[in-house]
Every structure is written in C-alpha cells, then in structure tokens.
Design a protein. Structure first.
Length: 415
C-alpha cells in the first residue's frame, strides 16, 4: 500500500503566485526560457532553468548553473517571496482547461514505494535525462517540480476534496496562467483530516506515474544517495519522499501524441500506399483534417492530402502493449515499411503533442517533414492495464494536458 504523507510546503505568497509559478522546465528550450525570464524575472523558471542567468557560452549543465539555482531559491525564501507552512498539510490543486476541471491532492510519496513498485511506471527512463534533475534536486536540496501520479478513484477522497473546494477560507491561489489554464489551490491543515487522508491512501493498492518518469527517477536516486551518506537514517527524513500530485483516474484527460516522418524510406507515394494496404490497412481519402474518432484508426497526411487509415481486426492484439494504437502504427507501418526501428533515437521521426492541433502537422509537412499521422489518444484504462501487467509503453504514447505548474509547491529534503 502506498505511503502518501502531508508536508510543510514552501510556496509563493498569494500576491506573487501568478507571476512566480511556471510551466515545467522541459516544456521550453534554453532560448525560450531566457526570453520568459527576461520578461518576468520573478518566474520560477529562473530557478528551474538557472542557465538563464548565464551567457550562452556557459553550458546548461555546468556546475555553476545548479549553484545559481540554489542561490536563487534561497534568495526567494529570504526575501519573503516564498513562505513555508508551519505544520504538515495536504493541498488540493485544481486545473481547469476549456471548462473541464481535474483536481489532485498535493502530497509527498515514498521513495520505497517507487523502489518496491507500489508506484507503478509505464515507460523507461534514460540516465542522461535523469542526471540534470538529480543535480538540480541534490544541489537545491528541494523537489521543485511535482510528479503527476494517478490512483483509482476513492469516493471518500472525492468527498473530502469537494468539501475543501467549497470552503472559501481554504483557498490559497486562484489565477489564470499564461497557458490559459485556471489554477486553484486549497490548503488542508486540520490534523484529523490530514490523518484521515493518509489512512485512505494506505488502503489503495498502488499509484501510477502518469507524467514525470524522469523527474521521479531523479528524485528517488537523490533519496537513495542521501541514505548512503546517512547510514543511520530512520526513514522519516525528507529525502525519503518526493513531491507529487495525485489525481483520481476518472478525472484525467489524455491527448493524442502525433507523429511526423521526414521521408517515405525511398518509396514513391504509390509504393508506400500499396505496402500499407498489404500490411492490413484500408486507406480512404478525406476532405480536410482527420482526427481519428475510434481505436485502430489513424489520420495520415501526405503531399497535402488527408487520409483515414483503418487497421484490419487481425492487427489488433489483446496484449496490453501490442494492442495500443501507437504499437499498431509502429509494428506495421513505421518499423517495417518506413524503416524506423527505434523511434527513441531515429532522427527521421518527431512527435507532436495533441495540444498543438492538426494544423501543426500540416505546418511540419510544409517545412521539414513529408508525412504525418494523427493518433487516437491512449486511454487511462490502457495506461493502468500496461502498468498493472508490469509492462512498458512505447515512447511518446501519452500527452497529458493541462500541465502542472512548478513552483506552486516546493518540498525541502530537510522536511
């Protein structure tokens, strides 16, 4: 059973919260980050991407960058931009996009639960992508970006969350961010209610990583490193847990993760179409953009025209991974026909989050790509099934929106 605990959050004052909170560090490249911080020096991105304080000749992963992040975080605490709650609390975090709200509980999750697979994952991590966040967490002595976790809904928690959201005295933040999303946060500081929430979570078999596999792995590795340095640790130290926001699975929304391909692997359009049909797909030309409306169907854009691809039933597997639409496309088209054996490393393929829309696929095909596929989104049920089976999804299977802001809640490894 997962150990989900309250904590004493370091967080911005209400007055600066809108300017301080920022989208996750990996949403932006370095140039974009510099521009954002230049326009808003208060942005948490200045801490999350501290290379913005240096000229371009200083490497993003230079040790000075991490020291700068620590310096900036400490300065925001010292100047009162950030405050810390005096006792362990839970927090309710609501995000509303296009009139649709999803609400999670901000808490700390256990390093041991990750190690023992009580927190289940659905994708692999790459060590090179972990190193940056390991250094950031270790140097700043804080978890600054929450891990997006999912749990199977519990009515008792829904009732508590609903009651808290209806209590105006518990409201901490309410603002619409530059991403167009409304963000509201509430505090749960009643000790009895805190204990109740911890007890309810202890009855849930497991939680799941929805988004943030690399951040989670990095946080855990810092915790394990601190344990090695402190062999007499008790398990109650702050480094034994990490910042997370836990959402019930029935409130989440996954968008498609679309694909764009640079060429037809030496084939003409007619040859490519023939091979796709031989692989077991029907191809139907359409007027205008194609957003698939059911599983095992795909939009395809080539030479300015949109087509609907429908997979034959014989291609659809009951295996949790092989039955995913991203797997069907990879196993029968991208791999054998287009020669993209490993989409993680092949430079001929790129991935476009569904939030950017189908027009972005058209733009890419008019600029640097030749072929695009619009996908039907992976479902939460599919994600949980894969994780429960102890399996891993292909890369770029899910795109979650809206994104959790960083800097709204920070967990000190000393807490």
């Amino acid at each position: 059973m997962p150990k989900v605990t309250a904590f004493k959050a370091i967080r911005p004052t209400k007055e600066v919260s809108e300017k301080f909170a920022a989208l996750p560090y990996d949403v932006y490249n370095r140039k974009e980050s510099v521009e954002i911080v230049k326009k808003n020096s208060l942005s948490f991105l200045a801490i999350d991407r501290a290379e913005t304080s240096f000229s371009d000749d200083v490497d993003t992963y230079d040790e000075r960058v991490y020291q700068k992040a620590k310096e900036l975080l400490e300065s925001r605490i010292n100047d009162g931009t950030l405050i810390q709650d005096e006792k362990p609390c839970f927090y309710v975090y609501e995000l509303t996009m296009d009139g649709r709200a999803q609400t999670g509980i901000v808490a700390c999750s256990s390093v041991d639960d990750y190690v023992n697979s009580v927190i289940k994952k659905h994708e692999n991590t790459r060590e090179d992508k972990e190193i940056d966040r390991i250094k950031h967490v270790d140097t700043t002595n804080a978890h600054t970006g929450p891990i997006f976790l999912v749990f199977r809904a519990k009515e008792e928690l829904k009732k508590i969350v609903s009651d808290v959201k209806s209590d105006a005295t518990k409201l901490l933040y309410d603002f619409s961010h530059e991403d167009g999303i409304r963000h509201r946060a509430f505090i749960i500081d009643d000790e009895k209610m805190v204990a109740t929430i911890e007890n309810i979570f202890s009855t849930i078999p497991c939680t799941y990583i929805a988004d943030g596999h690399h951040r989670c792995a990095s946080a855990v590795k810092v915790g394990l490193k601190r344990r090695e340095a402190n062999p007499s640790y008790t398990g109650e130290e702050g480094f034994n847990r990490f910042l997370s926001v836990l959402f019930p699975e029935d409130e989440l929304y996954i968008m498609p993760y679309n694909r764009v391909v640079k060429d037809l692997n030496g084939l003409t359009k007619d040859e490519f179409f023939t091979k796709v049909k031989e692989a077991g797909f029907s191809i139907e030309e359409k007027d205008g953009q194609v957003a698939p409306s059911s599983k095992a169907t795909f939009g395809m854009l080539v030479e300015g025209k949109w087509y609907l691809l429908t997979a034959d039933e014989k291609l659809i597997s009951k295996d949790p991974v092989k039955g995913l639409d991203v797997s069907i496309l990879q196993d029968y088209v991208l791999g054998p026909i287009l020669g993209i054996a490993d989409p993680r490393t092949d430079k001929r393929i790129d991935f476009v989050g569904g939030i950017r829309g189908l027009s972005e696929l058209e733009r890419r095909c008019d600029s640097d790509m030749l072929l695009a596929f619009s996908m039907y989104p992976t479902s939460i049920a599919e994600l949980l099934e894969v994780a429960d089976a102890g399996l891993l999804m292909p890369p770029k299977s899910t795109w979650f929106e809206p994104k959790l802001l960083s800097g709204m809640f920070i967990h000190s490894l000393n807490d």
